[in-house]
Design a protein around this ligand. Structure first.
Ligand code: GLN
Length: 484
């Protein structure tokens, strides 16, 4: 069988060329064949899948389904799923079963999508390599000795290996774009507030945002449209109308202005720079106009993020006290012992590091020097982007300064943090941004980042889709994973 995206699968379901069960079995067979080796899943959800298959088939039979009805997917394991474990990649939540569905999950369930599994991830979404998962690192389908990126590495590997057409992810400082780039697929993080964070295990609440992985921009647009919408259960949810992000996909990009940041291009290693420049030139040849822009404070983004995100994490993760949720130590001597040992045993090293850094940055005496200053930088970065978007429609930028790296290559945490230099600025500004595949360097995928102004997801998706009409990079699949 050969499937080319959601529209085509949906037509096959509607015309009864294939049933929802047969479609599921096709992908499930691939899961059985590859998931263990890639370590991309934490829990499979066969009972839920069977239930959803029945619902989806009856929606289709009654003519009331939509394009997503019956389409299989996996959810990053930080989205709460009712009655099913949500571990967040942590020992702390190893046996946590959520009593409700995240709004994002609920929205996709409403459309009749079929959940195959919960995907592996860095613990509490902290990381850029998936090596921080309590359940072991995910392997990159392009080279099993290399990382898939993080923190949504399980979701990205699943889509890249063709185990599912779609996966959900979350992006706080790059966790959708970077693994999408390193695995050679398309991934989008919408504007902060577009998606409800209700039922997403919180890492850094002012940055966390749900998004999608798929092979193409078109599939991302279709799924994202279903995921997003105002939700009264999330006080930071944007009060804007629901939008069909696939509406503008076919518009020409002639005359659109693309901002390029020369400093970012210059700091790239040559092979990745050449590839990135070629993809930007392709957009230019398609009629877009290139404009050099400046983001003068963007170089401070990593420093500011690694104060703000840990500060928020230290506060969010205080709820894991060994009493209300998650892991509890055996035979505590007293209350303090219960707290200390439950948290010491339940959290991994990186999570503990961030809780300590964040608690310290928020403490009296240091707050002004670190947290407040970081917030000021965040504002300056937003203003840089606002000035840039007065001149351009979209910003084209690198995603990652390197291709997928080998396991244990970044033992020093700061070197891991630096992997996020191109993804963090747009995160701090809350902007919609995505990664699209632009070819291989040393047989490993490279991505191009497209950043849009607030609420302009449809513009970056339009540009991405048009690029994918001109190029074939999104069809590249790692050896051994092509559809039979
Ligand atoms: N790599 C970044 C971090 O470790 C981003 C993670 C994310 O977006 N969830 O914080």
């Amino acid at each position: 069988m050969q499937f080319n995206g959601i529209k085509q699968i949906s037509e096959a379901l509607k015309s009864k060329a294939i049933s929802v069960q047969e479609l599921h079995d096709f992908y499930q067979a691939k899961v059985e064949k590859h998931a263990e080796n890639l370590n991309c899943l934490i829990n499979k959800t066969p009972q839920l899948a069977q239930q959803q298959i029945k619902q989806a088939q009856s929606l289709i039979d009654s003519g009331s389904g939509n394009l997503l009805t019956g389409i299989p997917l996996v959810h990053k394991d930080l989205f709460c799923t009712k009655g099913i474990k949500t571990t967040c990649g942590s020992r702390m939540l190893e046996n946590f079963v959520a009593p409700y569905d995240a709004t994002v999950v609920d929205n996709l369930n409403q459309a009749g999508m079929v959940t195959l599994a919960k995907a592996n991830m860095d613990e509490f979404a902290m990381g850029s390599s998936n090596e921080n998962s309590y359940f072991g690192a995910v392997k990159n389908p392009w080279d099993l000795n290399r990382v898939p990126g993080g923190s949504s590495g399980g979701s990205a590997a699943c889509v890249a290996a063709g185990l599912v057409p779609v996966a959900t992810g979350s992006d706080t400082g790059g966790s959708i774009r970077q693994p999408a780039a390193l695995c050679g697929i398309t991934g989008i993080k919408p504007t902060y507030g577009r998606n409800s964070r209700y039922g997403m295990v919180a890492f850094a609440s002012s940055l966390d945002q749900a998004g999608v992985f798929a092979r193409t921009a078109e599939d991302c647009a279709l799924v994202l449209s279903q995921m997003c919408g105002f939700d009264a259960k999330d006080s930071t949810s944007a009060q804007v109308d629901k939008e069909d992000f696939s509406q503008n996909l076919n518009q020409s990009i002639k005359g659109m202005k693309i901002g390029v940041v020369p400093e970012w291009m210059e700091t790239l290693p040559e092979s990745i720079r050449t590839q990135t420049q070629q993809s930007i030139d392709t957009l230019k040849n398609m009629g877009a106009q290139l404009v050099e822009i400046k983001l003068p404070t963007a170089h401070l983004a990593v420093s500011a993020y690694y104060v703000i995100a840990p500060a928020e994490c230290s506060s969010n993760l205080s709820r894991f006290d060994g009493i209300r949720y998650g892991h509890q130590c055996d035979n505590p001597k007293d209350l303090n012992d219960l707290y200390v040992r439950s948290r010491t045993e339940g959290f991994g090293e990186e999570v503990k590091r961030r809780i300590m850094v964040g608690t310290w940055a928020l403490s009296a005496g240091f707050y002004d020097a670190y947290y407040r200053k970081a917030q000021k930088i965040r504002r300056l970065i937003s203003e840089d982007f606002a000035r840039a978007f007065a001149l351009v429609d979209v910003i084209a930028a690198p995603v990652s300064p390197e291709v997928a790296f080998e396991f244990n290559a970044k033992k020093d945490p700061v070197s891991m943090y630096q992997a996020d230099i191109y993804t963090i600025p747009s995160s701090l500004a809350g902007l919609p941004c995505m990664s699209i595949p632009i070819g291989l360097v040393d047989k490993l995928p490279v991505g191009l980042q497209l950043i849009g102004n607030n609420l302009q997801e449809s513009k970056i998706l339009n540009m991405a889709h048009q690029f994918q009409q001109e190029t074939d990079f999104h069809h590249l699949i790692a050896e051994g994973f092509a559809h039979e």
